[in-house]
Design a protein around this ligand. Structure first.
Ligand SMILES: NC(=O)c1ccc[n+]([C@@H]2O[C@H](COP(=O)([O-])OP(=O)(O)OC[C@H]3O[C@@H](n4cnc5c(N)ncnc54)[C@H](OP(=O)(O)O)[C@@H]3O)[C@@H](O)[C@H]2O)c1
Length: 312
């Protein structure tokens, strides 16, 4: 043993410690590098996850541009953030700007992108967060509802992304983030419009990542499981009316503050694809690819059980 320590073990130990230290310094540098002073645009910042993202990015020193349809609710978020700035002593914070527009109205998105660019002259990080959910049976759902969900969750975010991309490409700098869902990876019954819009989102942003990586612009797709927000309350049903119910799954979902923290981490680390969900959805995602027959059987059984519950 003495011979081993005296021979090669001590230099080996010191080298390992040195490598570990260097690794930790590099990780810390990488973690803190990207958001202080960065121009971060967040859609759907008036509530839920978007509002929590606004809080964490503001506290981290980002220059925010907050987007939504409701000017008054966005102003409330701005006031709250400005008031919280006095509590954040470690670093400088910036008063957020707002841009009000409806993502589902294609003709307004380009003008909104111009307004966003006017705020600070450029965008460092675009967080495509806004979205709407859906609850319904395909047989009873108007195709117009399928289209509307697609407008908000898919065409709106991609139109905004494409309107802001040229300026990022010109600067060879920027970062595109999209909040998708576990339902962008697996489709569960009675969520057709939502799952389809999130699958399309996943596909589009995967293509985008491959196409713009060489400009130094990363693309991050974040797929959370259930989060405790108003998403199910604001969901639309098959006839376009509001669902208006807090589902049990949503009520027992992740704390939006934790998800927002994970979004910030993913931006700092320039992650490509992040699933924020417990073991069951994670296993289901693998099952869909590795054992599709079993996955389909489980989904059919889930659909039957849900229908039975509704009929009772
Ligand atoms: N909650 C969950 O369980 C869960 C799980 C996975 C993924 N997600 C995703 O997380 C994102 C945020 O949802 P959330 O849970 O925070 O729900 P939320 O509380 O209902 O917030 C949705 C946000 O989207 C905005 N929005 C909706 N339609 C819009 C439109 N046509 N144009 C512009 N903004 C619009 C809303 O703003 P205004 O109404 O003020 O315009 C609101 O700020 C969504 O993409 C959702 O799919 C949520």
């Amino acid at each position: 043993m003495e011979r081993v320590m005296g021979g090669g073990a001590l230099p080996l130990l010191l080298t390992s410690l040195g490598v570990l230290l260097l690794y930790r310094v590099l990780v810390r540098l990488r973690r803190g590098a990207s958001v202080r002073g960065a121009v971060v645009v967040i859609t759907g910042a008036s509530s839920g996850l978007g509002k929590e993202c606004a809080r964490v990015f503001h506290a981290a020193g980002a220059r925010l541009v907050l987007c939504g349809r409701d000017a008054a609710r966005l102003q409330e978020v701005v006031q709250e953030l400005n008031a919280s700035s006095t509590d954040i002593q470690q670093q400088q914070t910036f008063p957020p700007s707002t841009v009000v527009f409806d993502l589902a109205k294609a003709d307004t998105v380009e003008k909104a992108a111009e307004e966003i660019l006017k705020c600070h002259g450029h965008v460092d990080v675009l967080v495509n967060n806004a979205g709407i959910s859906y609850r319904g049976n395909i047989l009873d759902t108007h195709v117009s509802v399928q289209r509307d969900v697609m407008e908000t969750n898919y065409f709106g975010p991609i139109a905004l992304t494409q309107a802001l991309l040229p300026s990022m490409v010109q600067r060879r700098s920027g970062h595109i983030v999209v909040i998708s869902s576990v339902q962008g990876k697996i489709a569960i019954p009675y969520r057709s419009a939502y799952a389809a819009s999130k699958h399309a989102t996943q596909a589009y942003f995967d293509c985008l990542r491959a196409e713009i990586g060489h400009f130094g612009i990363p693309v991050t797709v974040i797929s959370p499981g259930y989060i405790r927000t108003n998403l199910s309350v604001n969901a639309v049903t098959g006839d376009g009316s509001k669902y208006g119910v807090v589902d049990k799954t949503t009520a027992s979902g992740w704390d939006p503050r934790d998800v927002a923290g994970a979004v910030l981490k993913a931006v700092r680390q320039k992650s490509k694809d992040v699933v924020l969900a417990g073991p069951l959805p994670t296993v289901a995602i693998y099952l869909r690819t590795l054992w599709p027959a079993l996955f389909f059987r489980l989904m059919s059984s889930r659909a039957r059980k849900e229908q039975k519950r509704k009929d009772e």
